[in-house]
Design a protein around this ligand. Structure first.
Ligand code: HEM
Length: 125
């Protein structure tokens, strides 16, 4: 039986596993070509730690950041579908339990908000 996500080290493992898949992915890797990985990974650990353990460690604005990204690069439905597929696969490989479910559900709902916002906005423009 797999364990649940119970500490920051678990989040780090989940995020590292996810980005190993992203880096090899034919659709998603292009978005991360210029990323400063140390900085980005630490932000992502804080973001997910805040969601799962309400630590207050993340203070950014992901909507603004992805809006800018969508302005610079074409982001489409398949990109979001793939992002979710890889994120859920990473959770499934490593964890199960209440916090794993929370991470799964939040990823799906945030991705769906982003998708509606940015893809619909692009179509109108
Ligand atoms: C196709 C889907 C997605 C792509 C291609 C993508 C790509 C990116 C990229 C390139 C950055 C770095 C931007 C920068 O530092 O300038 C970023 C940051 C981030 N992404 Fe995504 N993303 C996607 C979906 C998501 C989803 C669904 C979530 C949340 C569940 C998410 C959460 C974040 C967070 C928290 C940051 C850091 C924001 C900050 O710096 O404060 N992303 N993303």
């Amino acid at each position: 039986m797999k364990k649940d996500i119970t500490c920051r080290a678990d989040i780090e493992l989940l995020i590292n596993t996810f980005y190993e898949k992203v880096k090899k992915d034919n659709l998603l890797s292009q978005f991360f070509e210029k990323i400063k990985w140390d900085r980005h990974l630490n932000i992502m650990y804080d973001f997910w730690e805040n969601i799962i353990f309400q630590t207050g460690s993340y203070v950014g604005n992901p909507m603004n950041i992805h809006e800018k990204l969508a302005g610079k690069m074409q982001l489409n439905k398949n990109d979001f579908k793939r992002w979710i597929k890889l994120f859920l696969k990473s959770i499934d490989e490593l964890f199960e339990g209440t916090n794993a479910d929370l991470a799964r559900n939040r990823a799906i709902s945030i991705a769906s908000v982003m998708q509606n916002k940015f893809i619909a906005a692009k179509k109108k423009a």
